[in-house]
Design a protein around this ligand. Structure first.
Ligand code: UD1
Ligand code: UDP
Length: 374
């Protein structure tokens, strides 16, 4: 079976890397990797860590790109690649513009699509924007669906997707996490190497979502600054997303406070180690809501909603919203109330046990896409 995996951004790359490696190792599959490079530097960090060399690189990223630019670029770029390779199936991941556009392109070429990380929903088309729509649309183009959890499977069934085409696999992010988390690692980054993680309580921060850009991001960053001002033993480490709009707001609100370290995006291995050594995490990332329960680190999610309710149920993750006072109050509680902290700091694995890729390979074999096509 010729399987073409397509991804373009950092989170897709992290979550698809272990799957692409497994596809390459298994003689049943011929694996072709196409990256859109919707992200450039942040994608390359992941390719390097997991030692993946793409067969095709559409090299799309432009500074301040619009959604239409990405969509049009992927559609045009994929035409030639699909025409040449004629894969039996195209695998896409999650909810980015690359995901939806690559799925649409495969559909135009009448090539079946496998959707990895299928069935997550907020039921608000505008939040996360445009990811909720990307994921729904991809789900309705896909022929096979790899749902991380039973709840994700149920969401798809409610939308009329044939249950026989859905496999519950766990999330491949846990496969990726386990691959790097156990390896011994010393920070090379001078800022991280200089922090005394025993004496200080480190808050790891990331924030980049489109719907948070502007006013909400200001509120979120002001809350973090309030907390850094209030607690002498707190240090904030924030590897800032490369989106220039995010960088501008971070520089504006945080200035050059010595207890708030704005650093470049970290490669996955140092980042996992940062999360593991931190006291807690403040983020609007999707993937980190899945990783943190596994690491037993409390997470305050600075969003109004989440498509990952399993993490909320596990107790490790709380929705903190986007208001300055509320975020600061919830962070303050974690810093002052040991019982509240301990309740959240429990390792649990609602997203799987590191065998998601194996399950996806089995499901692909079982689906016999190749036979059905001919
Ligand atoms: C994209 C995804 C989002 C995902 C996020 C992960 C869409 C619509 N959004 O959002 O779902 O959560 O990636 O990070 O697909 N940039 C660089 N170098 C990089 C990466 C980004 O310079 O390696 C800058 C560029 O100026 C780029 C901008 O960031 O134009 C925004 O990137 P883009 O992929 O359009 O959106 P994200 O906000 O990163
Ligand atoms: N991550 C990373 N380096 C960083 C920040 C995040 O490797 O400096 C990882 C993080 O562990 C998670 C993924 O990148 O696996 C999340 O990516 P991002 O926040 O860009 O996207 P989202 O999860 O919101 O889609």
């Amino acid at each position: 079976m010729k399987v073409m995996s397509v991804f373009g951004t950092r989170p897709e790359a992290i979550k698809m890397a272990p799957l692409v490696k497994k596809l390459k190792e298994d003689p049943y599959f011929e694996s072709v990797l196409c990256v859109t490079a919707q992200h450039r530097e942040m994608l390359d960090q992941v390719l390097e860590l997991f030692e993946l060399t793409p067969d095709y690189d559409l090299n799309l990223m432009k500074p301040n790109q619009t959604l239409s630019m990405i969509t049009a670029g992927v559609l045009t770029g994929m035409d030639e690649v699909l025409e040449k390779e004629k894969p039996d199936i195209v695998l896409v991941h999650g909810d980015t513009s690359t995901t939806f556009s690559a799925a649409l392109s495969a559909f135009y070429h009448r090539i079946p699509v496998g959707h990895v990380e299928a069935g997550l929903r907020t039921y608000d088309l505008y939040s996360p924007f445009p990811e909720e729509a990307n994921r729904v649309l991809t789900g309705h183009i896909a022929s096979v669906h790899f749902a991380p959890t039973q709840r994700n499977r149920d969401n798809l069934i409610r939308e009329g997707i044939d249950p026989a085409k859905i496999t519950v696999t766990g999330n491949t992010v846990i496969d990726a996490l386990l691959e790097v988390a156990d390896k011994p690692y010393e920070f090379e980054d001078s800022v991280l190497a200089g922090i005394d993680f025993d004496a200080k309580r480190v808050i790891a921060v990331t924030c980049h979502r489109r719907e948070n850009l502007g006013e909400y991001m200001h509120h979120i960053f002001e809350a973090i600054r309030d907390i850094a001002e209030e607690f002498d033993d707190v240090e904030v480490v924030y590897p800032v997303h490369m989106n220039p709009k995010v960088r501008r707001t971070a520089a504006e609100v945080f200035g050059d406070r010595p207890d708030i370290h704005l650093i470049e995006p970290l490669s996955y291995q140092p980042f996992v180690n940062l999360m593991a050594k931190s006291f807690f995490i403040i983020t609007d990332s999707g993937g980190m809501q899945e990783e943190a329960p596994s690491l037993g680190k409390p997470v305050l999610v600075v969003r109004k909603e989440t498509e990952r309710p399993e993490a909320l149920s596990a107790g490790t993750v709380k929705l903190a919203g986007v208001e300055r006072e509320k975020i600061a109050a919830m962070a303050r509680e974690l810093l002052t109330d040991r019982e509240a902290y301990d309740k959240m700091a429990k390792a649990s694995n609602p997203y799987g046990d590191g065998t998601a890729c194996e399950k996806i390979l089995e499901a692909l074999k079982w689906a016999g896409i190749q036979n059905r096509k001919s």
